[in-house]
Design a protein around this ligand. Structure first.
Ligand SMILES: Nc1ncnc2c1ncn2[C@@H]1O[C@H](COP(=O)(O)OP(=O)(O)OP(=O)(O)O)[C@@H](O)[C@H]1O
Length: 255
């Protein structure tokens, strides 16, 4: 999926480079009509085998500061396609996406990439950790990618691993950690550069119900302590109750 491929490519590319310059203007109060992110009449049409395939069919949604919002729907309903558009990995065919007070849908690819790296964090079903790096080194990598000054890396990485309850596992590599612990490293990595929006594609799909509940508790904790907004997709009905809002998606529409 694009959500996975694009971000992994960015990780690989940035691993070999020095921190990038940040040239995009800071968000104007980070809100648009009180909303951190607003989706207005968004459609996404793919050209599949020569024929147009409308996957998102006029969606409207909003994310407010410090909310936990879930996108629920069957496989193929369009959740990942929408998440790709929210994260600027893809652009809507028509409609508007406002993020941090700016028209995300009108930005150039380069500007969208800079906004994404600085202000967004991503979490995936399959953890997306570098296997040869320790938990701490994985988090530091994320700080490098966002251009955080080197002097801040040590304390910030340790703080993020403490936030997800892994202070005693900082120097373990992914294969020495359970699935739930690996996902917590992935969360620490995603919040390290202090994004204002965290996007998560099925973050509990690989986990049992006990570990899923732990991940949701970590999400609630970081919303409180880091003032981040989280938007995640899920198939799992048992975790919906902790959401501030659930968007139910059927065949490219919200019901
Ligand atoms: N790049 C693309 N080109 C053509 N069709 C696509 C493309 N990306 C997604 N689709 C189609 O859009 C539909 C929705 O896919 P999407 O991955 O968004 O669903 P989903 O709800 O996330 O499913 P899952 O829960 O299985 O990940 C599917 O029919 C898929 O085949």
């Amino acid at each position: 999926m694009l959500f996975k491929k694009r971000v992994n490519a960015e990780v690989e590319q940035t691993e070999q480079t020095e921190p990038i310059e940040q040239s995009v203007q800071p968000p104007d109060k980070k809100l648009h009509n009180g909303k951190l992110l607003e989706v207005i009449n968004v459609e996404r049409v793919f050209q599949a085998g020569g024929a147009p395939l409308k996957v998102l069919k006029g969606l409207n949604m909003e994310l407010r500061p410090s909310q936990l919002v879930m996108l629920r729907g069957r496989s193929g309903s369009g959740k990942t396609t929408l998440l790709n558009c929210l994260g600027g990995l893809d652009t809507p065919t028509t409609g508007e996406i406002w993020f941090g007070g700016r028209p995300f849908h009108k930005m150039s690819d380069d500007d969208r990439t800079l906004v994404r790296r600085k202000e967004m964090g991503f979490i995936f079903q399959a953890f997306a950790l570098m296997p040869l790096l320790s938990a701490w080194e994985n988090v530091v990598l994320s700080l490098r990618m966002a251009g955080t000054p080197r002097a801040l890396w040590k304390d910030r990485a340790a703080h993020c691993l403490e936030l997800v309850g892994l202070e005693k596992r900082m120097h373990h590599r992914p294969f020495e950690l359970s699935g739930g612990e690996q996902q917590r490293v992935a969360i620490a990595k995603a919040i390290a550069h202090q994004p204002i929006l965290l996007l998560a594609d099925e973050p509990t799909a690989e986990l049992d119900s006990n570990m899923s509940a732990q991940i949701m508790a970590v999400f609630q904790n970081i919303i409180r302590t880091e003032q981040v907004t989280i938007c995640m997709t899920t198939h799992d009905p048992t975790i919906l109750e902790v959401a501030d809002h659930v968007y139910e998606m059927v065949d490219g529409k919200f019901i």
